[in-house]
Design a protein around this ligand. Sequence first.
Ligand code: GDP
Ligand code: MN
Length: 400
Amino acid sequence: MRVHEFQGRQLLAEAGVPVPTGGVATTVAEAVQAAEGVFASGSSIAVVKAQVHAGGRGKAGFVKVCRSVEEARTAAEFMLSNRMVSPQTPPEGLQVNRLLVASGVDIAKEFYAAVLTDRGTRRNVLIASAEGGVDIEHVAATRPEAILKQPLDPVVGLQPWAARRMAFQLGFRGKAVNQATDILLRLARTFVEKDATLAEINPLVLTPATPEHPDGQVIAIDAKFTFDDNALFRQKAIAAFFDPAEENPAEIRANEFGLSYVALDGSIGCLVNGAGLAMSTMDIVKLHGGEPANFLDVGGSASEEAVTEAFRIILSDSRVKGVLVNIFGGIMQCDRIARAIIASAKTVGFRVPLVVRLEGTNVKEARALLEAARGDIPTMQTATDLTDAARRIVAAVGEA
Ligand code: GDP
Ligand code: MN
């Protein structure tokens, strides 16, 4: 599960990482009010930041450093009335519903710090770079040696000596060494304690030297966290961060019916039982030149209502030009699928080609039901096996 930056900042602050204060706004008026608060607190900079579950905001113009309330108003108006397009969003971009208006800081240097799980070494790993900021992907791709890695001990986690060595390697000096060390340790601890799959600060900044802080201050000004969905049952506070506005509505609806559904970009809607069969169905569709519009596993025990809902979800996707049903009835009874197809034909309607391949428990009864209903489902073809089914649906949508 992904969360917003303002929620990530809250976690960092609770963990004792220095983070500038800020407020969340959903309207221009609220953003203006928050900016007034920032300037009244003595800060000379207010940053206005789109809160969406995608990065690349800085380059897209959805992070604005403002020196006056009027600049903050203009930034908020722009962000709330334009969709944000970045390499991390769909081509049509994302609607921005929320803004973070926070105290800004002057920056001497930007660093990158993250903790994630490295499957290769089967360890959590701290990744850091002295070249943080909006070009970190480019740095990682062209100069991998600029990315430092420190594996974490599975039992004790990040050890203070390792964090300190990393702080030195990153180039921190004087009092900033202790600050950076402390932040890295707190980041690593938060990653484990909160069952995160990614805990990233980019940029972690060093502020310019001042008489009060001759070595500068180390501060987190962005926070990106993702969490293990399977751990949310024991992370109630994290689970409460869930923002349905940021998720695919069809995926949420499927979840409510106990269906595993992932939207994809192709044109062939797939309704399958079992994750393994769903994967192989997608493979065979691709093998025959088609592109799946989704992954959908209805599971073994889905009710007729849930399967009907699955058809409704598939058919409500305007990209779907054909539907392939591939069921191997073990626990799932084929006649339940057949009844759901017939019910969906009545309530939703199959305007697009439908290819059905059924095998297994109660298949005879299922075939008889579909045969009897053929007149009501003119776009339906039945297939004898998986290859036949894939060929038929790809031919029907005209992709091969
Ligand atoms: P992202 O592009 O979505 O990762 O958004 P970030 O929060 O990382 O902001 C992008 C960039 O905006 C940062 O790398 C900074 O260069 C700049 N920025 C963000 N906050 C501040 C701030 O408080 N002061 C200054 N001077 N620059 C900032
Ligand atoms: Mn960032």
